[in-house]
Design a protein around this ligand. Structure first.
Ligand code: FES
Length: 164
């Protein structure tokens, strides 16, 4: 009997990869789990970047070209946003209860952008994701890959203003 291929390590220590790995494991790492896996990447990270696409391709043993094909074909999938900085507001249940909506409203008021938008000067893109794996810190936001928790609208805007 053929031995299963060893699976590649997660691209980083980021806990959100656990959510992605759980989806792939649930489907036995089968190639047909591709769309569902990309969904779970997007839910966890807010977008799909090259690192994620490569990781999914390797894990499911699917050609990278196919993964790119699927990710670009479906409009629901968002490839890495255009802003120099990325702010992903978690809208999972815990963060929703603790005021994720207020954070999004604050961003809208300050920068005049909604989820999926980038500011006109391409400085900041804002996205949402469902549960970034830091529920104890709700409401949580991931700014340029770093998780920040227990944010108020003011503390979030201060953080975003401080970005170069
Ligand atoms: S719901 Fe936001 S981190 Fe889990």
């Amino acid at each position: 009997m053929q031995q299963p291929q060893p699976k590649p390590p997660s691209p980083s220590e980021d806990k959100r990869w656990k959510l992605v790995n759980a989806t792939m494991r649930r489907h036995g790492y089968a190639a047909h789990a591709l769309i569902e896996t990309l969904h779970s990447v997007q839910e966890a990270f807010g977008f799909l970047d090259e690192i994620a696409l490569r990781f999914v391709a390797e894990s499911l043993d699917v050609p990278l070209s196919k993964v790119y094909g699927v990710a670009t074909f479906y409009h629901i999938f968002m490839l890495k946003p255009k802003g120099r900085h990325t702010c992903v507001v978690c809208t999972g249940t815990a963060c929703y209860i603790k005021g994720a909506d207020a954070l999004l409203a604050g961003i809208h008021t300050r920068y005049d952008i909604n989820t999926g938008d980038t500011t006109a000067d391409a400085r900041l893109s804002v996205l949402t994701a469902r549960c970034v794996g830091a529920c104890g810190l709700a409401p949580a936001v991931v700014v340029d890959g770093d998780v920040f928790g227990k944010l108020t609208t003011d503390s979030l805007i201060t953080k975003l203003e401080a970005l170069d």
